[in-house]
Write a protein that binds this ligand. Structure first.
Ligand SMILES: NC(=O)c1ccc[n+]([C@@H]2O[C@H](COP(=O)([O-])OP(=O)(O)OC[C@H]3O[C@@H](n4cnc5c(N)ncnc54)[C@H](OP(=O)(O)O)[C@@H]3O)[C@@H](O)[C@H]2O)c1
Length: 231
């Protein structure tokens, strides 16, 4: 049993928490407004869930999911996360997050920015390239022929091993993109971004479709840097 801390309890945070609780894990949820605003969520999640401050989620989590708008990443408490495996779900949307020069010129990636902010933590990029409703719907037990894979990237092999085990327990295989610097392969608008899990990329009302590790690897291989595309 693992305790998952959550910094951010919105669409993705609450979905990952549901999967973790369903797998028998404990979760500590937090947001920007305080634990009193998370009563409904933790009540719904049940006895394995509680709400806390972001500091408490960071300290109490064996692993900690950072799942907030990228613009707020500097608010993530670095000292409290010293030595922890940190799962980063964040994506860069300039219209929401403001312009970040080093992301615009692709001299770094979003998860490397978080890793720089958290020098004592081991950041693993995960959950960033799947729509939260698809994430909830596609979870399957190990060995299920319809099981999907999720992409991870990270600079620490042991941390990636931990995340691979946790993904397995909540219903997913893993495809390892390599180091954090390869995380751009699943960034917004690439071939391996959220559309890859849509049954019909033109019509999302048709819901999700399973994606194997091989299919995800093929999509990631097709991904192109923004600077190498017209977009
Ligand atoms: N939506 C998706 O399907 C999806 C899929 C993959 C990745 N992502 C990425 O994952 C991240 C979260 O997305 P989301 O859709 O879950 O967002 P969301 O529903 O808007 O939830 C954001 C959460 O972050 C919290 N938060 C915001 N600023 C914070 C701060 N300074 N300190 C602590 N908590 C803070 C919010 O709390 P308050 O409400 O109290 O402010 C809220 O709980 C984003 O970077 C997004 O691009 C989203």
């Amino acid at each position: 049993m693992t305790t998952w801390g959550f910094i951010g309890s919105g669409n993705i945070g609450s979905t990952v928490a549901r999967l973790a609780v369903a797998a028998g894990h404990d979760v500590v949820m937090s947001n920007s407004r305080g634990p009193e605003t998370l009563v409904d969520l933790v009540t719904e999640l049940g006895d394995h869930a509680r709400a806390g401050t972001t500091e408490e989620a960071a300290v109490d989590g064996d692993v900690v999911v950072v799942t907030i708008p990228l613009k707020a990443y500097r608010d993530v408490p670095a000292d409290a996360l010293e030595g922890k495996v940190v799962l980063d779900t964040m994506n860069y949307y300039p219209e929401r997050d403001g312009r970040v020069a080093e992301l615009d010129d692709e001299s770094t990636t979003t998860s490397e920015l978080l890793q720089t902010h958290l020098p004592g933590s081991r950041v693993v990029k995960v959950f960033n390239n799947i729509y939260f409703e698809h994430l909830r719907a596609l979870a399957r037990p190990s060995g299920d022929p319809e099981r999907s894979a999720l992409a991870i990237a990270g600079d620490d092999e042991e941390a990636k091993h931990t995340v691979t085990r946790l993904l397995d327990e909540i219903g997913y295989d893993t495809y390892d993109l390599g180091p954090l610097a390869e995380g751009w392969r699943t960034q917004r608008d690439t071939a391996a971004y959220a559309v890859v899990y849509a049954a019909d990329p033109q019509d999302w009302s048709k819901g999700p479709a399973p994606v194997s590790a091989d299919e995800l690897a093929a999509a990631a291989a097709r991904s192109r840097r923004y600077r190498d595309t017209d977009g």
